[in-house]
Ligand binder design. Structure first.
Ligand SMILES: [Zn+2]
Ligand SMILES: [Zn+2]
Length: 651
C-alpha cells in the first residue's frame, strides 16, 4: 500500500495510507477536531472533507468559526434552505444561492410571495432536514449530462446556467437526501453540521440582476457554528435596525426625500443642516491648518470639459443626460476634479508655488439606477469633501502622508476605532491596456504610498491589480460603533489627468514639468458620512454636532420667562438651545428631551430663579447639580471647541 505525507499548517507532517480523506486526518489528530471541522484546504484549494488524498499534500482543516469554514457553512445552509423550499413547494424553480458577509441568500422563482409564515415553515423544515443527518455527496458529470439531469427535473434556471458553461468543463453536483444542486462546492459533509441558523428576510431580485429579466424572490438567512455567535449576530442586527439612518433620519427630523423633488435627491431639514454645517466647519478648520485653499465651482459644465477629462468616454452612464444650452451640450457635474484642474491652470505656477491644495465641498450629481438608491448611502446628488493636491514627485510622499494623518485625526474625533485601508496596486502585465504605461512611475509611486502608510501607522492591505487606470488608489472602510462596515471614501493618485489637462509648473531650471495630482475626500460626501454618523452614534450626537444641544425646562409656567432669558443667553453664545414651553409636568418634559436625544437639559424653578442658576441634567450622566449660567456656558464652550465625544454612548 502506498504511503503519503500530509503536511499541516504548523509544518508538522503525518504519514497515511494513500486514499485517506481530510476527515480521517482530522480524526487522527483528535476526536474534537473531527467533530468541528467542516472543510479542508488541500494544496491551497478549499475542498470537501471526503476527497481521497492520493499524493503528498499540504492540508489545513477548518471549523465553522474560521472565515473559510464559516463561508462553507453559510453556503451549505443556503442548500439546506433550497432543499426545504423544494420539499414544501415542489413547483418552485431554484436559481442561485451565494454567500454574503455573515449571511447567504437563495433566489427562487415562485408565483406566490413568501410570507413571514412561510419563512417560519421553511425554517422548521430546515431544522428537520438538518436533524435527519443527510450525507452531502459530490458527483461530477459532463455538461451534457448535467443539462439532461436538470431538464428532467424541470429546473430551467439550472439548465440555463449549465448551458452557459463551457461544454468541455466537468460539472459538479451536490446531493443531500432527494435534493441535488449544481455547485462547485465545497460543502459540509453532513446536514447535521448545520445547527444554529435563522432566516431573516425576503426581497425581490431580478434573475441575473437584470431588470429585463423576471423578478425572483430572495430569502436571506444566516448561520453560525456556535449558538452564542448566532445570538450575538442577531442582537447586532436588531441594534442595526434601531440605528438605521433612514429610521433615525425621520425620527430626529434630519432629512427627507420627496416624490416631487425626485428619488435620490435628499432634502436636509434644519436639524440635518446643523450636521452638514458642523462638518463643513470642521473640514474648513482642518484644511486651513493643513495649508489648503478654498475654491468654488459651478454645477454645470460644457460637455467638452468632460470629453477632455475622459468622463464622457468612461463614465457617461453615471452622468445625467446632456442639456442643450445655446447649441452647446452641458452637463451637471459628476465630479469636481476637472474644474479644479482648470483653476490650477488659470494662473501660471512655478516650483515655488507647489504643493497647491484646492478644497471645496463640491456638489455633484450622479445617475444611480432607481433600484440602487438607498437612503443617504446611494443618492443622486451629493456634496463631497473634495480636494486636489498638485505636487512634484519629490513632494508626493509628504503630501500623501499628510492626507493619511488627516484621516486618522478625523477617526479620532468621531471615535472610529476600527478601519482598514485597501491599497489597490497596478498589474505589471496589464501596463498600457488597463494601466498608464509607465512602469517606473507606478513602482515609485506605489512605493511612496506604501512608505507613507507605514510611516503614518495606518492599517492597510494591498490588493494587486485593482488600481485605477491612472494611478494607485486607496479605499477606506470603517466600522461603526456596533461593527457595521461602511466604505467611506477613495483616495487616489493621478498620473494621467494633469498631462491631459496640460497642467504644468516651471522647475528650478526653467523647464516645464507636469505635477502629480492627489484626489482625496476623507469625509466622503455629506450624504454618506452623515448616514454613517447617524448609525455610528445611534442618533446620540456629541455636543458639537447635536442639532439641538440644550433644552431649557421650566418647572412650571411661572418660570417660563426666566427659562426664555436663559435660552436667549445661550443662543447669543452660539448654542443651539430651545425652551420647552408646554405646560406638561417636568418629568414628562425630561422624558421628551431624552427621546429627542438632547444632550443637556437645564431645569429652572424657584430656587434657580432666586439664585440666578440652572439645574444641569446630562443625557447618560444624570443630574449634575445647580450651576451658574456662566459656568455652564464656559464648560460647554470648551466641549464644543474641542469637539469632545459624548460622555457616554448608549450601546
Ligand atoms: Zn453549493
Ligand atoms: Zn478628483
Amino acid at each position: 500500500m502506498n504511503q503519503i505525507t500530509v503536511t499541516l499548517p504548523d509544518g508538522s507532517t503525518r504519514s497515511f495510507e494513500s486514499g485517506i480523506t481530510p476527515y480521517d486526518v482530522a480524526l487522527d489528530i483528535g476526536e474534537r477536531l473531527a467533530q468541528d471541522v467542516v472543510c479542508a484546504k488541500i494544496d491551497g484549494v478549499i475542498s470537501d472533507l471526503s476527497i481521497s488524498l492520493r499524493k503528498d499534500v499540504s492540508l489545513a482543516l477548518f471549523d465553522g468559526r474560521s472565515p473559510e469554514g464559516h463561508d462553507v457553512l453559510l453556503h451549505s445552509t443556503a442548500h439546506l434552505m433550497a432543499q426545504a423550499v423544494m420539499s414544501l413547494y415542489p413547483d418552485v424553480q431554484i436559481t442561485i444561492g451565494p454567500t454574503i458577509e455573515n449571511g447567504f441568500f437563495y433566489d427562487f422563482d415562485f408565483p406566490q410571495e413568501f410570507s413571514e409564515e412561510d419563512l417560519e415553515k421553511i425554517e422548521a423544515k430546515m431544522k428537520e432536514l438538518a436533524k435527519s443527518a443527510y450525507n452531502v455527496s459530490r458527483k461530477e458529470l459532463s455538461a451534457k449530462e448535467a443539462s439532461d439531469y436538470f431538464n428532467k427535473m424541470g429546473q430551467k434556471y439550472k439548465v440555463e446556467i449549465v448551458d452557459s458553461i463551457d461544454p468541455k468543463e466537468t460539472i459538479s453536483l451536490y446531493s443531500q437526501g432527494d435534493f441535488t444542486d449544481l455547485c462547485r462546492g465545497p460543502h459540509v459533509p453532513n446536514t447535521s453540521k448545520i445547527k444554529y441558523f435563522k432566516l431573516l428576510s425576503t426581497s425581490g431580485a431580478y434573475w441575473r440582476g437584470d431588470e429585463k429579466n423576471k423578478m425572483l424572490q430572495r430569502i436571506y438567512g444566516t448561520v453560525f457554528a456556535k449558538k452564542k455567535d448566532l445570538k450575538k449576530h442577531l442582537h447586532l442586527l436588531e441594534e442595526a435596525k434601531k440605528r438605521d439612518h433612514r429610521k433615525l433620519g425621520k425620527e430626529l427630523e434630519l432629512f427627507t426625500f420627496d416624490e416631487e423633488v425626485g428619488p435620490g435627491l435628499p432634502l436636509w431639514l434644519p436639524n440635518g443642516t446643523v450636521l452638514v454645517d458642523a462638518l463643513e466647519d470642521l473640514a474648513k478648520e482642518v484644511e486651513r491648518k493643513a495649508g489648503y485653499e478654498r475654491v468654488r465651482t459651478p454645477h454645470l459644465s460644457k460637455g467638452l470639459l468632460y470629453e477632455k477629462s475622459g468622463h464622457l468616454a468612461h463614465y457617461r452612464d453615471s452622468m445625467y443626460p446632456a442639456m442643450d444650452v445655446d447649441g452647446n451640450e452641458y452637463f451637471v457635474k459628476p465630479m469636481n476634479c476637472p474644474h479644479h484642474h482648470k483653476i490650477y491652470d488659470a494662473v501660471p505656477k512655478s516650483y515655488r508655488d507647489l504643493p497647491v491644495r484646492y478644497a471645496e465641498y463640491g456638489t455633484c450629481y450622479r445617475y444611480e439606477k432607481s433600484g440602487q438608491l438607498f437612503g443617504l448611502m446611494r443618492v443622486r446628488s451629493m456634496q463631497m469633501n473634495d480636494a486636489h493636491i498638485y505636487c512634484t514627485s519629490e513632494q508626493f510622499k509628504r503630501e500623501f502622508l499628510a492626507v493619511c494623518k488627516m484621516y486618522l485625526d478625523y477617526f479620532e474625533i468621531f471615535g472610529i476605532e476600527k478601519y482598514q485601508m485597501r491599497l489597490s496596486l497596478h498589474d505589471p502585465k496589464a501596463l498600457g491596456e488597463k494601466y498608464v504605461d509607465d512602469a517606473k512611475l507606478w513602482l515609485e509611486t506605489e512605493q511612496a504610498v506604501r512608505e507613507a502608510l507605514d510611516e503614518g501607522g495606518l492599517n492597510y492591505v494591498e490588493i494587486p491589480g485593482e488600481a485605477a487606470f491612472y494611478g494607485p488608489k486607496i479605499d477606506v472602510q470603517v466600522w461603526s460603533a456596533i461593527g457595521k462596515e461602511f466604505t467611506l471614501a477613495t483616495n487616489q493618485v493621478d498620473f494621467a489627468i494633469p498631462e491631459r489637462f496640460g497642467l504644468t509648473y516651471t522647475d528650478e531650471e526653467g523647464n516645464e514639468q507636469t505635477p502629480l495630482c492627489i484626489h482625496r475626500a476623507p469625509l466622503s460626501t455629506h450624504e454618506r458620512f452623515i448616514g454613517f454618523l447617524i448609525e455610528h452614534y445611534g442618533g446620540n450626537f456629541p455636543l458639537w454636532l447635536a442639532p439641538v444641544q440644550l433644552m431649557i425646562i421650566p418647572i412650571s409656567d411661572k418660570y417660563l420667562e426666566y427659562a426664555e432669558e436663559v435660552c436667549l443667553a445661550l443662543k447669543s453664545e452660539g448654542f443651539r438651545a430651545k425652551t420647552n414651553k408646554r405646560s406638561d409636568k417636568v418629568g414628562a418634559k425630561i422624558r421628551q428631551a431624552e427621546l429627542s436625544k438632547i444632550n443637556v437639559m437645564l431645569i429652572v424653578g424657584e430656587k434657580e430663579l432666586q439664585d440666578r442658576t440652572v439645574s444641569v441634567r446630562r443625557r447618560f450622566e444624570g443630574d449634575k447639580g445647580m450651576q451658574t449660567l456662566e459656568t455652564v456656558i464656559s464648560e460647554l464652550t470648551e466641549e464644543v471647541k474641542d469637539r469632545r465625544p459624548s460622555h457616554s454612548q448608549e450601546s
